[in-house]
Design a binder for this molecule. Structure first.
Ligand code: FMN
Length: 315
């Protein structure tokens, strides 16, 4: 079984990737998306989203990182894809599932799911441009509002020559409603197509992973929010490890703050750690109390002080 750490824009940055892959269990990471419009982005933009490019495109634990692109211009997507590869990205992932309003107004994300023919054009031109030896994966939802659209979309992506397809088993309209997850539809796609498929969506616990693999028929999974809620979820799934204890989690958060402070990015750390805590609250009820105290702070120091206090109480 291979596990991929999902892209989560605004939450999983290179530091979180470093921490989470350091715990173990992951085989691949996908970056937050790089938005492609009508230009070739400067190299610094690639390094900002994926600083791992400075170290052979791998996290410190050695896990390969693949850059994700989002856009609609086959020409510029191809040019940016090739630069990412040249700089050391382990393949390219194309985001066709982003529900963000701004992105979709510019016809970049999930709105393309309404147009399988356009998807075919984009993916086939990118495939022709990206050297064959590099993996070109595509990430989709089941469709815009009709889950059975996935059959036509998946076929277009396979015909266009993509190497792998990750399916988040909900439509754009489903948003993140847990009860709308349809892992079984991935299995139906698998019956019709031969492209390698990775299942994604709503895996929070070991049992969810077992169920998702059973219903989707996929060996390989991509996991996102569940890992933020339980940072060693990959090992819990793969090796039946027990979830991190609360003191172990606190140590991890302190480590995160050390990394961030070394990076010195002003409000970046307070915002990111608050985003992360939104998910941690699902698995660690103690985080709720801590979050209530911490959310008023806009700077790093008082947050780190609180974390240290919490470590002393529970460590
Ligand atoms: C805050 C947030 C940011 C996300 N950013 C991205 C992104 O940049 N690219 C992408 O393809 N998917 C993005 N997604 C979707 C996730 O990668 C994933 O498909 C989705 O969360 C379902 O998987 P999960 O239930 O394991 O989290 C994002 C989701 C969330 C909640």
């Amino acid at each position: 079984m291979k596990l991929t750490l999902a892209p989560l824009e605004g939450v999983i940055d290179h530091l979180v990737r470093e921490l989470l892959t350091g715990i173990g269990g992951f085989d691949l990471c996908i970056t937050e998306f790089l938005r492609v419009t009508q230009s070739l982005q400067p190299e610094r933009v690639f390094y900002k989203i994926c600083p791992e490019l400075h170290q052979g495109g791998r996290t410190k634990a050695g896990v390969p990182v693949r850059m994700q692109l989002l856009g609609q211009s086959p020409q510029y997507l191809s040019e940016n894809a090739n630069l990412a590869i040249e700089l050391g990205s382990h393949g390219i992932d194309l985001n066709l599932g982003c529900p963000s309003k701004i992105v979709n107004t510019n016809k970049g994300g999930a709105v393309l799911l309404k147009e399988p023919e356009t998807i075919y054009q984009i993916v086939s031109q990118m495939r022709k441009a990206i050297p064959k030896q590099h993996i070109f994966s595509v990430k989709i939802r089941l469709g815009w509002d009709e889950p059975t659209s996935v059959f036509e979309i998946a076929d277009a992506i396979e015909q266009a020559g993509a190497s792998e397809l990750t399916i988040h088993a909900r439509t754009k309209v489903d948003g993140y409603k847990a009860e709308q997850i349809k892992w079984h539809l991935i299995n139906e796609v698998k019956q019709k197509q031969s492209i390698k498929i990775i299942a994604n969506g709503e895996v929070w616990q070991r049992d969810d992973a077992t169920q998702c693999r059973l219903l989707s028929g996929c060996d390989d999974l991509m996991i996102g929010r569940g890992v933020l809620a339980m940072p060693n979820l990959a090992n819990v799934i793969k090796h039946d490890s027990v979830p991190l204890t609360y003191p172990e989690l606190l140590t991890l958060l302190v480590e995160y703050s050390r990394y961030e402070i070394a990076g010195d990015k002003g409000q970046y750390y307070p915002n990111r750690i608050k985003q992360w805590m939104v998910y941690l609250k699902f698995q660690y009820p103690q985080i709720k109390t801590l979050f209530r105290e911490l959310r008023i702070f806009q700077t790093t120091d008082p947050i780190v002080e609180l974390l240290h206090r919490e470590v002393q109480i529970h460590g």
